[in-house]
Design a protein around this ligand. Structure first.
Ligand code: AVJ
Length: 325
């Protein structure tokens, strides 16, 4: 354990060193696959995290706008359900923006932001510690898809995992089930889960959200190739690939891909990969859930849904669940 920020004593930083080796492995393995694919967690290098923050500002990407309004409207009710002095744990905390809408009402005993991007986590937890000087922050740099663990010295108190932003959407059903089951184990009986999950809806609304006019989502997707070039000695020509996002209605998910605009060969880490014209690298799935679907999924992982909220246009769902005794 090492304190990062000399001016703030309420923030501690714990680096569990999410393995970088796994990026190389995932890319070499994923590009050798018949259907080329790279998992979405690798979007989030420092530049990728910044681009994701910029996506959150795009008007077409309704998710954060609608979700933040739910927190503004329901923070007191959420705080009553959770109770004071909880230990609030946020896997994939990013900029720690949304939690700020809850902290004054919630008054947790501690906040545990977790993120795969170390530099980003250091900055955002230090900034949060300055805005909320009373808050005890225990930041953990880790890959939450691989391990969910709490730093030592986190206080006692009801554990509540907070997953805003529909992050769960990146998992396919068995993975989501597994992840929720792990959360149930981490928080224990009587522990909670406050989770924002995007809803199934009109294809056009969804496709517009992932094809913003300013092209920020496209840059975010293409940044994966920049990252491969920089970190793995790749020679992707960015002009020869295009962002592609569509709603797969049968699967209930947005898919993002990078489409090769020509037949070409690319080198990565000394290996050669060939692309046909129009061939795609599948870079992300974002599953959408009807409320009944999400509640059933949570229930199968041991949770009871205590309360759920949605916006007037039924775009987004917010759920508070507790682990069944
Ligand atoms: C962070 C996975 C919830 O799927 O909506 C946004 C990521 N990708 N625009 C999502 C994302 C393109 C986002 N999640």
């Amino acid at each position: 354990m090492n304190a990062t920020c000399p001016n703030t004593t309420n923030v501690s930083f714990h680096d569990y060193q999410p393995e970088l080796e796994s990026f190389r492995h995932a890319v070499l393995h994923g590009l050798a696959h018949e259907h080329k694919q790279i998992p979405p967690k690798f979007f989030y290098d420092e530049r990728g995290s910044q681009l994701f923050e910029a996506i959150l500002e795009q008007p077409e990407y309704y998710v954060p706008h609608v979700e933040k309004q739910l927190y503004r409207d329901y923070a007191p009710e959420i705080a009553t359900l959770i109770g004071a002095e909880s230990v609030l744990i946020e896997p994939g905390s990013g900029s720690c923006e949304k939690v700020q809408l809850l902290l004054d009402a919630l008054r947790p005993a501690a906040y545990v932001p977790m993120d795969i991007s170390g530099d980003f986590l250091r900055q955002s937890s230090a900034a949060l510690g300055e805005t909320f000087p009373w808050l005890h922050i225990h930041a953990a740099c880790l890959d939450f898809t691989r391990e969910l663990k709490l730093p030592q010295h986190v206080p006692q108190g009801r554990r509540v995992v907070f997953i805003p932003g529909s992050s769960l959407g990146n998992f396919d059903l068995p993975e989501a089930q597994h992840f929720l089951f792990h959360i149930a184990q981490l928080v224990g009986k009587g522990g909670g889960l406050l989770i924002g999950v995007d809803r199934k809806k009109d294809k056009a609304v969804l496709e517009t959200a992932y094809n913003d006019a300013a092209g920020v989502t496209a840059d975010f997707n293409l940044n994966l190739l920049v990252r491969i070039n920089n970190e793995l000695g790749g020679n992707f020509d960015l002009a020869q690939f295009a962002h592609y996002a569509c709603y797969n209605e049968a699967m209930g998910r947005i898919e993002m891909h990078l489409t090769s605009l020509t037949a070409q060969r690319v080198q990565v880490a000394g290996k050669t990969f060939s692309f046909r014209e129009g061939e795609r690298i599948h870079t992300e799935n974002s599953y959408k859930y009807h409320p009944a679907e999400f509640i059933a999924l949570a229930s199968a992982a041991g949770f009871t849904c205590e309360q759920h909220w949605t916006d007037p246009a039924n775009l987004f769902g917010l759920y508070y669940c507790t682990v069944r005794a």
